[in-house]
Design a protein around this ligand. Structure first.
Ligand SMILES: Nc1nc2c(c(=O)[nH]1)N(C=O)[C@@H](CNc1ccc(C(=O)N[C@@H](CCC(=O)O)C(=O)O)cc1)CN2
Ligand SMILES: Nc1ncnc2c1ncn2[C@@H]1O[C@H](COP(=O)(O)OP(=O)(O)OP(=O)(O)O)[C@@H](O)[C@H]1O
Length: 178
């Protein structure tokens, strides 16, 4: 229904993100990582879903390292079919589909996650996520039996004044951008 608007807006945001990644990533990244860290520590979240970043996303690696030193449990997506499961972050990482890095598979049951830090391409007027168009995060949260706190993050805020999302698109509880 919103397909055309959504994909045009996605293209616009991707363009802005590529340019930000080229010209002001270092500076923006520091601010966003600091704010994510403060938010996690203030709320004493222990089990955290993060992600291994692509170039145009907030570089979460410094944050992952800090949180691991503090004995927090860090999980990241492990792609599987039309969605992903979550596995504990651990080295080595391997390059997979879409150029995304992942740890090795794990058969241990993850703890219940308290907070999910989710990369976005853009956000619509309802604070719902515009991603890369594969619906993987939508399906992941739809299938999860409980609802963690959801934080959208990105180097810059690319927000539409219009409603572009569909019913299944996930919504942010908090948004942290540069
Ligand atoms: N870092 C990260 N990991 C993630 C996601 C994500 O959005 N970011 N995912 C969220 O669903 C899942 C993977 N899904 C993805 C689906 C499509 C594309 C994609 O189309 N990428 C563009 C390249 C983007 C770029 O310019 O760097 C492409 O291949 O054209 C990426 C991830 C699980 N892991
Ligand atoms: N819960 C769901 N069950 C079945 N199909 C779904 C579900 N959620 C999303 N989809 C499908 O997945 C696709 C998601 O497209 P959409 O443009 O919303 O992706 P996106 O949220 O921007 O991308 P992503 O989450 O991968 O970054 C659509 O084709 C939609 O029909």
């Amino acid at each position: 229904m919103n397909t055309n608007h959504k994909s045009d807006f996605r293209k616009l945001c991707m363009k802005r993100l590529r340019s930000t990644a080229l010209y002001s990533k270092y500076y923006k990244n520091k601010i966003v990582v600091k704010n994510l860290k403060e938010f996690i520590l203030k709320n004493e979240f222990q089990n955290i879903l993060l992600y291994i970043p692509l170039d145009i996303e907030v570089d979460t690696k410094p944050l992952i390292n800090i949180l691991r030193k503090m004995k927090k449990n860090i999980y990241v997506p492990y792609m599987k079919g039309d969605s992903f499961k979550i596995v504990k972050y651990r080295l080595p990482l391997k390059k997979k589909k879409f150029g995304i890095y992942e740890p090795n598979n794990s058969f241990l049951n993850p703890s219940r996650i308290d907070i999910a830090i989710v990369p976005v391409v853009g956000i619509d007027a309802l604070n719902k996520r515009i991603g890369y168009g594969k619906g993987m995060y939508d399906r992941f949260f739809y299938r999860l039996k409980y609802k963690p706190v959801i934080v959208f993050t990105q180097l810059i805020l690319c927000k539409s004044k219009e409603i572009l999302s569909d019913n299944y698109d996930i919504k942010a509880d908090f948004i942290i951008t540069g």
